[in-house]
Write a protein that binds this ligand. Structure first.
Ligand code: PMM
Length: 340
């Protein structure tokens, strides 16, 4: 059974069991809930009326059958809320390390209007201690299973390991977010293709080089990632690219990439995800050394990105970005803004 699988992983069991109990409760017949077996539309209605329904197959691995709201790219910038189940991520490390707290945090981000949650079990900050596969599985699988039983929005797994991605998909994830753009684990592209999930292909490098032509490097790297994904059979419509702000880049290089986001998108021809939230380059411009004090700066960069081609903006402060993007939509005439 799934319990055993999680027990074998050795950690996060309490949260996993709770998630499992919640999911099983959702599985029990409920005439009221089951009568509403219709995918709610994305947006506020989906948040107000999630349709929890989860079942398990004979092997005991979670088969989340809540229909995910489709990932519609290009109509408006989507907000991806960050849920780090780590002791050491740069801005929120340790805060949501426990599965129950991570699930509660994820649900509160959904309540704030997140279109996607990104669940990560390994810190990607420079010099972070690498996490072994079993540990990473034990961190993210219970959280994804717990969330998948309660929400209809998209769930992304932030991992560079194919085995973690596969288990996350079994638990209900529908997006693979690989900070090495399929160029670390050779199996990643195959897993993405086999499961037909969306994938975020991010540029990365091991260290800064202020002299590098970062725009050219990112374009070349991501072109290779795209080729690898397509060669493995990933559908063109499932690919999203990301310049990887803060990953082996100086603040100036990061700002150049944000400034030239539209050019990058045009050159590659794929939807773009932008992750600037609370990062070092925001601190560099504002003088704010504490990541949690970088919300206003993050919002400025996220808004600039949204105005210049970002299809998804990955953020910690969901409510603020949702509001800002609503105002942007009203300014751009995409909504009425409810103005009289
Ligand atoms: N940044 C972080 C982690 N994962 N994934 C993508 N696709 N893009 C990013 O910019 C990105 C990421 C680091 O931030 P965190 O430690 O707050 O999660």
């Amino acid at each position: 059974m799934f319990d055993k699988y999680l027990y074998a992983l050795g950690r996060g069991v309490r949260g996993a069991k709770k998630a499992l109990e919640q999911a099983r409760a959702a599985e029990a017949p409920d005439p009221v809930r089951d009568a509403k077996d219709v995918t709610p539309p994305p947006g506020d209605a989906a948040i107000a009326t999630p349709a929890p329904r989860t079942k398990y197959d004979s092997s005991g691995i979670v088969d989340a059958v809540i229909a995910r709201a489709p990932l519609v790219l290009g109509e408006r910038p989507l907000v991806m809320g960050v849920v780090n189940v780590t002791p050491d991520s740069f801005s929120d490390g340790g805060k949501f390390y426990d599965a129950d707290r991570a699930i509660a945090h994820g649900m509160s981000l959904v309540g704030e209007g997140a279109d996607i949650l990104d669940i990560g079990g390994e810190s990607t900050r420079p010099n972070a201690t690498p996490v072994d596969e079993d540990e990473e599985l034990a961190r993210v699988v219970p959280v994804i299973a717990g969330l998948a039983a309660q929400m209809s929005q998209q769930i992304s797994v932030d991992t560079m390991k194919a085995r973690v991605a596969e288990a996350a998909i079994a638990a209900g994830a529908t997006v693979i977010n690989d900070v090495w753009g399929f160029q670390r684990d050779g199996e990643m592209a195959r897993v993405a293709a086999a499961h037909g999930v969306h994938c975020v292909l991010m540029h990365n490098r091991l260290s800064d080089d202020p002299a590098a032509d970062m725009f050219a490097e990112v374009r070349t790297f991501l072109s290779r990632s795209i080729e690898m994904a397509l060669a493995a059979g990933v559908a063109q419509s499932k690919i999203i690219v990301d310049p990887g702000i803060g990953f082996g880049k100086t603040a100036a290089q990061g700002y150049e990439l944000v400034r030239r986001l539209g050019e990058l998108k045009a050159a590659l021809g794929f939807p773009i995800l932008l992750g600037v939230s609370r990062k070092r380059l925001i601190g560099a411009a504002t003088g704010r050394s504490a990541p949690t004090e970088r919300m206003a700066g993050s919002l400025a960069a996220g808004l600039y990105g949204a105005m210049h081609g970002a299809d998804i903006v990955r953020v910690h402060d969901v409510a603020a970005h949702v509001d800002a993007f609503k105002v942007l939509a009203a300014i751009e005439g995409r909504t009425t803004g409810n103005a009289r």
